[in-house]
Design a protein around this ligand. Structure first.
Ligand code: ZN
Length: 556
């Protein structure tokens, strides 16, 4: 692709072009973005290069020679200066030569089926203070069938894009001019969130948790003590200076607050485990380039909880959390999971002995629950090992939501203690956990998973009553009043054709429609229609009420 771009647009400067999880990209410096027509031209030139079937050679040069070869490519020169080795490797095909560690194919003729997908703008090195670049994404496969399947998958993913559906269904908005990555929940999105929150709180209260609420800001000294200033400052919003002596910090995590509650009085081993849950809103200063709809944001509400327990209780507590995770994920329609155990990273705090004990406890819990898992070596958090649970959505995409982290560092830092059964002071273990991850992100995943067709228990508007003519309106208003006690119900009293009313309710993905005309009123029955399925039948009020109640209750 880079060779084709250089042939067609010789003035374009080359950035870098790695292979990524799905396909590849290349960054080019050019004022205007590449147009769709230009992408087609580039694809055609790529086909020429494949036909010309150049041998791809690896060449090694010392740095001086390397700089001579790439003297007109300023970004490449920058990279060469940063390479520590004496020798620099190149790959050459035809007239084109590029820096690369390799390996590459043997010849350009080995490239089979490919497609350039889209263009986005980026910054050199992802740094907004550096030059802006034009990034072209592409994909390639060995067979035509694989390429076609992938393009179909992309098409399907596009139709499910939560940013498009979020707007179409009036669920939320973002106003970048007043803060990129900050979510405004509209009434229809907010009602879904309220249902999730109520369900979440009820289940937690029934499972031995207590609810807490904590502030959004705290004195900077709290964050110095917790280690966030040293380990996490790049993700924190700049501090708020109140005067020369005082500065406050928006919270990026809830933990230090829950710890203050723990430390507000003396605890005994009889009090443990203590389980505190909070839907805690946190702020993280994500780079503008990575923000993405609801999935990557700067302000979000974690479904957070902290468990304070004795070392002997870790395994049992982790088993309980795993049960809770699976219960929630299943309730939201996710039945396939991938579980990872992340172990000690290179930079860590605490003793190796503690790390091993905590890792073993997590492992034992997974074995007790008979859960297959993969080990993610070195991917633990600096304060302890963790279990991550990824869900698979209906397109087979994986999303990381739930995390369970064992921490023996923060309890020591904040001098947490409890009186043990022998009367001496001991340090409790802290378990951090989130199940849905963040409400914003989870909502985004739900929108895509369901394609905006929320199951009845979550749907913002569960039923819409559609009178056929104006003379049926009054009857319908009475009907609405009867349903209102149990359901979120709408009514379309406009003087419009019934087909138009149905189409709009379908477009707005309302799960059920009740249609009322002369016949229904005369028989005292209701015509029930289901979104995407059409007419279900003519039923009486109680029958419909029971069917729908059952569907809500079972979270079908
Ligand atoms: Zn925490």
């Amino acid at each position: 692709m880079a060779q084709a771009v250089k042939r067609l647009f010789p003035d374009v400067k080359l950035g870098t072009g790695p292979a990524i999880e799905r396909g590849f990209y290349y960054d080019f410096q050019r004022k205007e973005p590449f147009t769709p027509d230009e992408l087609i031209k580039i694809e055609n030139e790529m086909r020429n290069i494949i036909k010309e079937n150049y041998r791809i050679e690896r060449i090694e040069k010392n740095k001086e020679e390397a700089k001579e070869i790439l003297k007109y490519e300023p970004f490449k020169l920058e990279i060469i200066d940063e390479i520590e080795d004496e020798m620099v490797s190149f790959y050459k095909q035809g007239e084109f030569i590029d820096l690369c560690e390799g390996p590459h194919l043997n010849s350009t003729g080995e490239v089979k089926f490919f497609k350039l997908l889209f263009v986005s703008s980026s910054y050199w090195r992802g740094d907004e203070k550096r030059e802006s670049m034009q990034r072209i994404y592409g994909i390639s496969f060995e067979t035509k069938e694989e390429l076609e399947n992938y393009l179909k998958f992309l098409e399907e993913a596009k139709e499910r894009d939560h940013r498009v559906l979020g707007k179409k269904l009036d669920l939320y908005s973002i106003h970048p001019e007043y803060g990129p990555g900050l979510i405004f929940w509209h009434p229809k999105g907010a009602i879904v969130r309220k249902i999730i929150e109520d369900f979440w709180k009820e289940v937690h209260l029934n499972n031995g948790y207590e609810l807490v609420y904590t502030p959004h800001i705290a004195d900077i000294s709290l964050w110095e003590k917790s280690g966030h200033i040293s380990f996490y400052s790049e993700y924190m919003f700049p501090k708020m200076e109140i005067d020369q002596e005082k500065a406050y910090q928006l919270k990026p995590m809830n933990c230090p607050f829950h710890i203050q509650i723990y430390n507000s009085k003396l605890r005994s081993y009889r009090d443990l485990p203590i389980r505190w849950a909070e839907l805690g809103t946190v702020y993280r200063y994500e780079k503008p380039g990575v923000l993405h709809g609801l999935l990557r944001v700067r302000g979000f509400t974690q479904d957070d909880a902290h468990i304070f327990c004795t070392p002997e209780q870790i395994e049992d507590e982790v088993c309980k959390i795993i049960d809770l995770v699976y219960f929630f994920l299943k309730s939201f329609g996710f039945n396939e999971y991938k579980v990872f155990l992340s172990t000690r990273p290179e930079k860590f705090v605490g003793s190796i002995e503690n790390w091993e004990r905590a890792t073993k406890a997590l492992q034992n819990a997974l074995n007790t629950k008979n859960i297959a898992y993969e080990i993610d070596p070195g991917e633990g958090v600096f304060y302890g090992p963790k279990i991550d649970i990824k869900i698979k959505d209906c397109l087979g995409r994986e999303w990381q939501c739930s995390t369970i982290q064992v921490d023996f560092n923060i309890p020591e830092k904040f001098d947490l203690k409890y009186i043990g059964s022998d009367g001496s002071f001991k340090v409790p273990i802290l378990i951090h956990r989130a199940i849905l991850g963040s409400l914003e992100r989870f909502f985004g995943i739900l929108i895509e998973h369901y394609k905006g067709n929320f199951p009845l228990w979550l749907a913002p508007e569960q039923i819409r009553i559609l009178p056929i003519a104006e003379r049926h309106n009054e009857y319908c208003i009475n009907l609405k009043n009867r349903f209102e006690k149990e359901f979120r119900i709408g009514i379309d009293l406009r003087n419009e054709k019934i087909n138009k009313k149905i189409k709009e309710a379908e477009d707005e993905k309302v799960p059920y429609m009740i249609i009322i005309g002369d016949k229904e009123i005369k028989e005292g029955k209701l015509s029930l229609r289901k979104h995407g399925k059409g007419m279900i039948g003519i039923l009486n009020f109680e029958e419909i009420e029971n069917i729908l109640k059952e569907e809500v209750k079972n979270r079908k």
